[in-house]
Design a protein around this ligand. Structure first.
Ligand SMILES: C[S@@+](CC[C@H](N)C(=O)[O-])C[C@H]1O[C@@H](n2cnc3c(N)ncnc32)[C@H](O)[C@@H]1O
Length: 219
C-alpha cells in the first residue's frame, strides 16, 4: 500500500495516555483529522454495560468536539449483540454527533465477512462514518458505497487495513488534512496506513504495550 512521496516515511508520534484527557489538553491543529475506533464494551471488564454505554457516548462526543471545525472525524465501528439486544454503534456515534453540532457527511458499509454470510456475536459488516461541523463533502465523491472487504487485521481488535486505506484515501483526496489522529490507536494500524500514504500520524493509547507496538508497526 506504500505510495508516500519519494518513499519517505511520514512522521508518527504515539503517546501513552488516556485519550480524553489528552484531547482536552492538546487542541488539534487545523490540518488534523481524526480516524478512530472507540473501544468495545468487552475491553472494559470492570464496567457494567450501562457504564460502558455512558463512557462511549461521552467519548464519541469528546472526539467530535475535539475535531477542528473545517476538518472531519471518521469512525470505524462494528455493532455487537448483548443479552439479546443489538447495539448499533453507528447510531451511538450519530447521536453524539448531534450533541456536538456535527453533521454526518457520509456513511459507508465495510464488509467484515462476505455478503450472504451469517455471523455470530458481531455482524459481518462495520460502519464507516464521516462527520464534520463545517466541512462540505462533495455530493458525489466517486468512492464505493460498500467496501467489499475490510482487509487484513494486525491483531484481534484491529481496524482492517483496507478500511483504513479507503478512509485515508478519501481524506487525502477531499480534505486539507495532512495529519491523522487516532486517539484510541491500539497497535497503530491507522497510523501505519496513514504513513504509507504520506500522511503524518499521531496516536494515543492507554496500554503501554500497545503504544509500543503502535510506534513500531509497519504495514
Ligand atoms: C478498537 S481498539 C483500536 C484498534 C486500532 N484501530 C488498531 O487497528 O490497532 C481500541 C483501543 O483503545 C484503547 N483504549 C481504551 N480506552 C482508552 C482510553 N481511555 N484512552 C486511550 N486508549 C484507550 C484500548 O487499549 C484499545 O487498544
Amino acid at each position: 500500500m506504500a505510495d508516500a512521496p519519494n518513499g519517505d516515511r511520514a512522521a508518527r508520534t504515539v503517546v501513552c495516555a488516556d485519550a480524553l484527557e489528552w484531547l482536552a489538553a492538546n487542541p488539534l491543529q487545523e490540518d488534523c483529522a481524526i480516524l478512530t475506533s472507540l473501544p468495545d464494551a468487552s475491553e472494559f471488564r470492570k464496567m457494567t454495560f450501562d457504564e460502558w454505554l455512558a463512557w462511549f457516548d461521552a467519548a464519541a462526543e469528546a472526539v467530535l468536539r475535539a475535531t477542528p471545525g473545517d476538518s472531519v472525524a471518521l469512525f470505524y465501528q462494528s455493532d455487537i449483540r448483548i443479552d439479546g439486544r443489538w447495539i448499533d454503534k453507528g447510531y451511538l456515534v450519530q447521536r453524539a454527533a448531534e450533541r456536538a453540532g456535527c453533521s454526518l457527511l457520509w456513511h459507508r458499509i465495510v464488509c467484515r465477512a462476505p455478503a450472504g454470510t451469517s455471523t455470530g456475536r458481531r455482524p459481518g459488516y462495520a460502519h464507516l462514518l464521516c462527520f464534520s461541523r463545517a466541512f462540505q463533502a462533495p455530493e458525489a465523491d466517486g468512492a464505493a458505497d460498500v467496501v467489499p472487504a475490510m482487509g487484513s487485521m494486525t491483531w484481534s481488535r484491529a481496524t482492517g487495513t483496507a478500511a483504513c486505506e479507503f478512509a485515508l484515501k478519501w481524506l487525502r483526496r477531499h480534505t486539507e488534512a495532512r495529519v491523522v489522529v487516532d486517539p484510541f490507536c491500539g497497535h497503530g494500524t491507522v497510523l501505519a496506513a496513514a504513513n504509507n500514504l504520506g500522511l503524518a500520524a499521531i496516536g494515543v493509547e492507554r496500554s503501554p504495550g500497545r503504544a509500543k507496538k503502535a510506534r513500531e508497526l509497519r504495514l
